[in-house]
Design a binder for this molecule. Structure first.
Ligand code: HEC
Length: 127
């Protein structure tokens, strides 16, 4: 019986310690200290890295047909057009001469911009 109680106690201890681990960058890295941009390491995959960002930040307005401002996005061919004509990086980096995107929303994080820039610089591949 005593043994079981000790095991139970250790189990609860282990669980409570485990729950102290937060994998949230805003908690791990205080304001002003940016999280390391591990997402932009290595080769950037269009499917795995670029699309998830564009889906949450751009595809809502820039649909594959009839997109806002005449800019259609959401397929590789469409995304490649603005990637290679400079408009994708120009708008997300809020460069002068471009309309800042996402319109009405917060600018992408530096890490997200880096992911997209790296993908463009590597030739905007369908990878
Ligand atoms: C809330 C809707 C909305 C979202 C989200 C949005 N856009 Fe736009 N976008 C627009 C509208 C509206 C225009 C046309 C603006 C104008 O002509 O004044 C536009 C224009 C553009 C243009 C043409 C700008 C230029 O300077 O020629 C590009 C490129 C573009 N968007 C890319 C993006 C990208 C990339 C994202 C995601 C980061 C994005 N947009 C997110 C609404 C949106």
């Amino acid at each position: 019986m005593k043994k079981i109680m000790i095991l139970l106690f250790l189990g609860i201890l282990a669980i409570s310690f485990h729950s102290c681990y937060y994998d949230k960058s805003d908690l791990l890295y205080p304001i002003g200290v940016s999280a390391p941009c591990t997402d932009s390491a290595g080769t950037i995959s269009y499917i795995q890295k670029v699309v998830p960002i564009l889906r949450t930040q751009c595809y809502g307005c820039h649909t594959t047909t009839g997109g806002s401002g005449g800019i259609n996005m959401g397929t590789f061919a469409l995304d490649k057009v603005i990637a290679t004509n400079g408009k994708l990086y120009g708008t997300i980096s809020h460069a002068s001469g471009f309309i800042a995107m996402p319109q009405g929303g917060a600018q992408m994080t530096g890490c997200q911009q880096a992911v997209i820039q790296k993908w463009i610089n590597a030739g905007a591949l369908n990878n």
